[in-house]
Design a protein around this ligand. Structure first.
Ligand SMILES: [Zn+2]
Length: 1201
């Protein structure tokens, strides 16, 4: 006690008295303290006790809007008060002494207090637990709950009737219409749904321990556990004003501006747990109200813009109005094209500084001056208005614009647009609002190509708030009164009404994903009903008052768990907007599926109801980005069924499918899950954490291999397992000439670990020469086939294949093989073909690798048929398939030729590779950039040996759905960073050899060749095939110092169709010009075919102009030389470069048929419909910049020749 002075002791004593006088709900205690000295009370109530104040009903507006206590009252009350007044309450002990109580009713609770100034009640009764209200004469009435009856006496019959009417109305509304609660975090009935900590605690001033519950942002006090179960408590403490302090070993204080609660736990460990739980609760309350507090700092934003309820914590971000939860529910019904509803407390991400500022400047006051300029009192809604009334009002207000103040230019589209373009450059947000919602087009053309629309104009003028407002209203629907049809139209988007009921087992709701198995004991049996878009659960089927409810429109995701995930055979999970998860179960899969379908049907947007036709595991809505507009996240509806993700994107009524096993890439970047397909990239965003994490895990699982049969593997575009594809590619690249390939055994441990890696996520495995031995890879492939569940030829048909091998008539045999092939599942068929094609190539090199068809058959027969080598017919089948490959698989001539080309290319590369000693990458996947080298412009692309630069360019453009316009010359460039030079590849150049020759400081990029048009014009207009003229020349100084030159010197050059010659004596050359080419002896001469010409010269060499190029020359002995040539003007450089292209490619500089090739390629994939998605990577800002780069003048971005 040393550190506690007398004052502290005094405080403690007084505090305990105060608490007694306010909280002692034990009626005996209450009686005991029934007549406290007036002084005692007033000394604690700084604002004085008002026992003398006359009683009466206080309307919402007078209790909340006026009076000196408003600030305090409001901060402790998040709920609008529906009715308040003085009543006498009788003690239940049979005593006749009535006690005067200040009684308040809000949407969740009926509470009574010692005085109207008190923050903490003596008693709270959840409205949901009230069964009915009954009159008992003498101005008295009873409030009847399941467990108890509370009697009150009013001052007059009129007052009594008013109370009864209000209460009864609320009870009825809850029962039949299903009222929204302020938050599901605080279900007001029965045991709380989301309890963080509960148990008995001593509270100073109370005889007995209280049952204390920490739940979400509140701490509830109950007399005992039984009261808690019944939901009837003493008071609750809003933790946004709380502060927790350690006092001693077992004691701690919860301090609020109104009261100090001194608790004492049973042990110090218990105390620590309580302190932590309460601190968490405070943190939650504070972080959640930060945005709200800022927005509420403006007086008008403290009341719902539509019904006047205080402390509205929802908003429509495009209309700039702050609204209450009940109005928010109705806003949602209008659809996002009219109003975009977000929570001030939960949707934290949307609240940027700009948006908050916009709400402070516009907000309810400015918005209502426009939207509610002419509201007839008979149509206005108020705090207690019912759902239908609200809906009708909100349709009239925002959808039809019935009460709005019309802009003088209304109806004159052109003038409206003009006015908008002018206004957005000023700070007049009210005018912008008026213009936009009277029909001015947010995306109209301003007439200025540099700032083509109002958003660009606002940006240019630095009007960030104008921009913010316009961005949120880019796709807003303009109010329109449609005679008669509006109601109908509105109801067409209202969720279908599904009715379903039955018993389900339920766990308390959770704020985390359920990773652990929940035992049966953790579930409680509940009677559940789905009715009028509300799912309610009751203690039993005789109860009229639900323990809790879930509104269909709050559901964001529904998961049908695999059987036996928890203690019940079947379970499903419901995720709601406010990040809670509900788990239900039953031992009846059919009944569960019926529930899942019913719930799904009632929350999925009707336009996406096709999703319901799938046997989905998970269904719901998510934010996504895709297409060219990555600025704005859109809402899509998704369903996951096995390995297919079905989606309904915004503004599209067509179902899209994403085959997850065929993804090229699946990664998490920041808040997004990135799915890269061949022709699109989809960013799924984590708007809410809980359901997003669930989706991520489910999609990742679905995208991996799910079993050991072929079709359960990750697949390529052509339905071949990625495992098989990777191994075949690698062997083709590095093992075709390896002796004894597929026969030699590898290292068992390496094979095992490689196969394991590939099985886990084949997509991410990159096989590399040097790292992976060909024999390890070949044996990995064999083992994969040997262990394959169901085998390559399937158990069903396996014997038929072996029988066919014994058929003597060759033609008949082949006929049978073909027949059997066609009966295989798609993936098996594609894999057989790919494998046999591969083996066909392997035997092609049998002179080097010693593996002829027969040898391969001996190895592969038993592997593919899983026969352990006992059945010789297995080898026969494989032998037949390889040797009759062309016939059995109907390989046409073109395919065959391609095959030959590829083999030739491989051989060439092997030879070149081994002679120059360069290390080759094991597979053909490389990174190509679009426009410029940035991670978000990266494309990972598989390069077959036959791929040309043109094909690569188209592939990249296709992926991003970039249309090539006339006179746009998209090319693939090889960029050498060290030399600061780049070379456009000729369209017919094969990419793979170039790739293998690329140094670490080089890369490929696809971009427009800006000078191509001028070059083509030049080439068409010139008279001679040769080109000559002066250029500045510098040679790379070689190590022996023999190269001499240290600077650039004038030289005369002649380029003809065989050589590039360099002359020192300019004059002599000039004099003899016509005959010079053969007679004069050049200083240097290089055959043009061996030259590689790059645009640019590294700055370190100080080129005399920026119009230079670097020429690499390699002779037969692989000796390398480097020249730097520099022109005086851009035109000269262009002419020289064009001449090089012309000479090196036999005059064929640009394909004449290129657009046709492209057109036929883009048609191949029509499943994308009208949605275009671009594969970009990186964060949102970078993506935006990259997209902007398309629209901006390319000259500023790209090097011009
Ligand atoms: Zn409202």
């Amino acid at each position: 006690m040393s550190d506690k002075d007398d004052a502290e002791i005094m405080r403690g004593r007084l505090r305990s008295e105060r608490i007694n006088s306010l909280f002692s709900e034990d009626e005996l205690i209450e009686d005991y303290y029934d007549q406290p000295a007036a002084n005692d009370s007033s000394c604690w109530n700084d604002y004085g006790l008002s026992t003398l104040q006359s009683s009466g009903t206080v309307s919402c507006s007078s209790s909340m809007h006026s009076g000196s206590t408003e600030g305090l009252d409001a901060s402790a009350q998040l709920l609008p008060i529906i009715k308040a007044g003085w009543l006498d309450k009788n003690p239940p002990q049979g005593s006749y002494i009535y006690q005067r109580r200040w009684v308040k009713l809000d949407a969740d609770y009926l509470r009574y207090f010692d005085s109207e100034k008190d923050t903490y009640s003596k008693r709270f009764i959840p409205v949901t637990s009230i069964v009915r209200v009954a009159s008992i004469g003498d101005q008295k009435f009873e409030v009847i709950t399941n467990s108890r009856t509370f009697a009150f006496r009013a001052e007059s019959d009129a007052d009594r009737n008013e109370w009864m009417r209000t209460l009864q109305q609320m009870v009825d509304e809850r029962k039949f219409k299903g009222l929204n609660r302020i938050s599901l975090l605080q279900p007001p009935t029965g045991a709380l749904d989301s309890v963080d900590k509960c148990g008995l605690l001593e509270l100073r001033g109370f005889k007995n321990k209280l049952y204390v519950v920490v739940a979400g942002e509140k701490v509830f006090l109950y007399k005992n556990a039984e009261d808690y179960r019944q939901g009837i408590g003493i008071t609750y403490i809003e933790m946004n004003v709380g502060n927790v302090k350690d006092v001693d070993r077992r004691g701690f204080d919860l301090t609020t501006p109104y009261r100090i609660f001194s608790f004492s736990a049973d042990s110090d460990q218990e105390k620590d747990e309580w302190v932590e739980a309460m601190q968490q609760s405070i943190a939650e309350a504070l972080s959640n109200s930060e945005v709200a507090e800022k927005i509420w700092s403006v007086e008008a934003n403290r009341f719902c813009a539509d019904c006047g309820s205080p402390k509205p914590d929802w908003a429509s971000v495009n209309l700039c109005v702050v609204i209450c939860k009940r109005c928010a529910g109705e806003h949602r019904g209008l659809g996002p094209s009219i109003t975009k509803v977000r929570s001030l407390k939960m949707d934290r991400k949307v609240w940027t500084e700009e948006l908050i500022e916009l709400f402070c400047q516009v907000g309810n006051s400015v918005a209502n001056q426009f939207w509610a300029a002419n509201v007839p009192p008979s149509e206005a809604i108020h705090v207690a208005s019912g759902s239908q009334e609200r809906r009708r009002f909100l349709i009239a207000k925002y959808k039809e614009g019935k009460y709005r103040r019309y802009h003088p230019l209304f109806g004159n589209q052109e003038e409206l647009n003009k006015a908008l373009c002018a206004t957005v450059t000023t700070s007049d947000l009210a005018e912008t609002q008026s213009l936009v919602f009277c029909g001015a087009e947010v995306s109209c053309f301003s007439g200025d190509p540099d700032f083509p629309n109002p958003i660009a104009l606002a940006e240019q003028a630095g009007q960030k708030l104008q921009m913010e407002f316009l961005l949120h209203n880019k796709n807003s629907e303009i109010p329109r009164v449609e005679a008669g049809s509006s109601e109908e139209k509105h109801y067409s988007v209202i969720l279908p009404s599904v009715t379903h009921n039955g018993f389900l087992y339920k766990t308390p709701s959770m704020a985390k994903l359920v990773h652990e198995r929940k035992s049966r004991e953790e579930f409680s049996r509940r009677w559940c009903t789905l009715n009028d878009s509300i799912f309610s659960y009751y203690e039993n089927d005789r109860n009229a008052v639900p323990n809790g409810e879930i509104k269909m429109e709050e559901i964001v995701c529904l998961v049908n768990n695999p059987p036996d995930t928890h203690g019940f055979e079947s379970t499903f999970e419901v995720y709601i907007e406010s990040e809670r998860l509900y788990l239900f179960g039953l031992d009846n899969p059919e009944a569960i599926w019926k529930w899942v379908k019913s719930i799904a049907k009632s929350f999925i947007h009707p336009r996406a109801d096709e999703l319901l036709s799938h046997d989905f595991e998970r269904i719901g809505r998510l934010q996504y980005k895709g297409g060219l507009n990555l600025e704005r996240a859109k809402e899509g509806w998704f369903a996951l069924s096995q390995s297919v993700l079905y989606a309904f994107f915004e503004d599209s009524d067509k179902e899209e499918t994403v085959h997850l096993k065929k993804l090229q890439e699946l990664s998490i970047q920041g808040d997004s899950l990135v799915l890269v397909e061949r022709r699109r990239t989809l960013y799924i965003q984590g708007e809410r954490k809980l359901d997003f994490l669930g989706w991520v895990a489910a999609i990742q699982k679905a995208a991996g291999s799910s079993g050991d049969t072929l079709s359960e593997q990750q697949l390529t575009e052509s339905d071949i397992p990625v495992i098989v594809d990777r191994c075949i590619d690698y062997i083709t690249q590095c093992g075709l000439t390896s002796e004894g390939i597929y026969r030699k055994s590898g290292q068992n441990s390496k094979i095992t670990s490689l196969l394991e890696m590939l099985r886990k996520d084949a997509r991410r495995v990159r096989l590399k020469e040097g790292e992976h031995h060909v024999d390890d890879v070949s044996n990995t492939l064999k083992r994969f086939f040997r262990d394959l569940g169901d085998g390559l030829f399937t158990k069903e048909f396996c014997q038929d294949w072996l029988k066919a091998a014994a058929v003597e008539n060759e033609e008949e045999k082949i006929g049978q093989y073909r027949q059997l092939l066609s009966s295989l599942p798609v993936v098996n068929r594609a894999t057989v073909k790919a494998l046999i094609n591969h083996l066909y190539r392997v035997q092609y090199f049998s002179e080097m690798n010693q593996m002829n068809t027969h040898n391969l058959a001996i190895v592969f027969g038993p592997t593919l048929f899983q026969t352990d080598g006992k059945d010789y017919k297995a080898g026969r089948v494989v032998e037949d398939l390889i040797s009759r490959y062309v016939v059995i698989f109907s390989v046409d001539e073109q395919e065959m030729r391609k095959q030959q080309d590829e083999i030739q290319a491989i051989i060439k590369m092997r030879i070149a590779g081994s002679s120059s000693g360069t290390q080759q990458a094991g597979d053909f996947i490389c990174t190509v950039y679009l426009e410029e080298k940035k991670t978000e412009a990266e494309q990972h692309i598989k390069i077959p040996a036959t791929m040309t630069a043109e094909e690569l360019t188209f592939e990249i453009l296709d992926r991003r759905k970039i249309e090539t316009k006339e006179k746009e010359y998209w090319s693939c460039f090889e960029v050498n960073e060290r030399e600061e030079a780049e070379r456009p590849l000729h369209y017919s150049e094969k990419v793979l050899p170039i790739l293998h020759g690329l140094g670490t400081d080089s890369y490929l990029v696809v971009k427009k060749q800006l000078s191509m048009e001028n070059m083509l014009i030049y080439l068409a207009s010139r008279v001679s095939d040769s080109k000559h003229g002066m250029m500045k020349f510098r040679e790379e100084r070689n190590l022996l110092g023999l190269g001499l030159s240290t600077g650039f010197h004038d030289r005369y050059f002649i380029l003809n169709n065989s050589c590039l010659r360099l002359y020192k004596e300019v004059r002599s050359v000039k004099q003899r010009m016509p005959a010079m080419e053969t007679s004069h002896r050049p200083e240097k001469e290089w055959p043009v075919k061996n030259l590689k010409v790059y645009l640019g010269i590294k700055k370190k060499l100080r080129p005399p102009s920026c119009w230079g190029f670097t020429v690499f020359y390699e002779n037969e002995k692989h000796e390398k030389q480097q020249w730097y040539l520099c022109c005086d003007t851009q035109m000269e450089l262009r002419e020289w470069f064009a001449s090089f292209l012309y000479v090196q490619n036999g005059g064929n500089v640009w394909p004449s048929e290129s657009s046709k090739v492209r057109a036929s390629r883009t048609q191949q994939d029509s499943r994308l419909g009208n949605i275009s998605l671009i594969p970009l990577r990186g964060n949102e800002n970078e993506m935006r910049n990259s997209v902007a780069a398309f629209a901006a003048d390319p000259l500023t971005l790209l090097r011009n020749v």
